[in-house]
Design a protein around this ligand. Sequence first.
Ligand SMILES: Nc1ncnc2c1ncn2[C@@H]1O[C@H](COP(=O)(O)OP(=O)(O)OP(=O)(O)O)[C@@H](O)[C@H]1O
Ligand SMILES: [Mg+2]
Length: 298
Amino acid sequence: MKRSLKEFILKMTEKLNEEKVLSFQQFEGSDDYIASQELQEAVNVALLLQKPLLLKGEPGTGKTLLAKAVANALNRPLFTWHVKSTSKAQEGLYTYDALQRLYDSRFNDKNVSDLKQYIKYGGLGKAFLCEQASVVLIDEIDKADIDFPNDLLHELDAMTMSIYETGETFEAKHRPLIIITSNNEKELPDAFLRRCVFHFIAFPDVQQMLKIVKVHHPKIEDLLLDQLLSKFYALRNVPQLRKLPSTSELIDWIGVLIKAGIDPQKLAQKLPFLGTLLKKEQDLQLVEQLMRKKSDLR
Ligand SMILES: Nc1ncnc2c1ncn2[C@@H]1O[C@H](COP(=O)(O)OP(=O)(O)OP(=O)(O)O)[C@@H](O)[C@H]1O
Ligand SMILES: [Mg+2]
């Protein structure tokens, strides 16, 4: 009896999985982007619910790169929008180049009454006009002022773009997958959060990091990589570090060590090229002091 129940559950799970595959394209990571199970699920939930995916996590944990990986894996075009402190939500849809029009009007070689030529589409605008479903990256949303996410709400909900200058209105042909990254510099409003699927990219554990490093340095020997990772995690565990070294810094550090030719014996006494991992002079001094005292990081 027990066995047949187990078999039944297994069969149902398989069936559900099959149905899910049929009903929407799923993200399962890619050759050059290692995504945890939880991150894959978050992307797939965002695809299923057709809601933006809001990503947070330490710097260098692959938030920005994810959009590229998802676009590649799902074979969709990627439109990126790097938010700045001066960005306005409207710019994601389009901007009107009044200055160019004024400039053109000085010469008589262009029809300046055709306003369409002065409309420049932003990442969201391009995605709305795209003939196929795309991925839009809104990178570092927390850089802009507090009104920015609130102003975006309407566009994200309605998926329409009205161009005031030409009187045109476009409805998104396909709802794009929107990936929004934030480094937590500013709080995002609740109304905005309500419309998103949220995922915090946890700092990779050793097993996950092994896979990430191998994507970037496929030829590295396992034994050496183990040794470097244990140094790296020991470094991250040093109390009072002001800025913890990130995945991308680890990848750079290993890259330099490989290029310079590493002597695994010497790693116990000295960590070379520390400046690729630590970016604050107080952190460098602290670690150098510790190494002098203990002659190793543990
Ligand atoms: N899961 C991963 N798989 C493969 N490479 C990764 C992964 N995570 C991080 N990396 C590496 O780290 C680099 C930094 O990633 P990315 O720029 O996406 O981080 P981020 O979280 O956006 O950082 P920041 O908050 O500073 O913008 C990537 O270029 C890549 O080399
Ligand atoms: Mg980033």
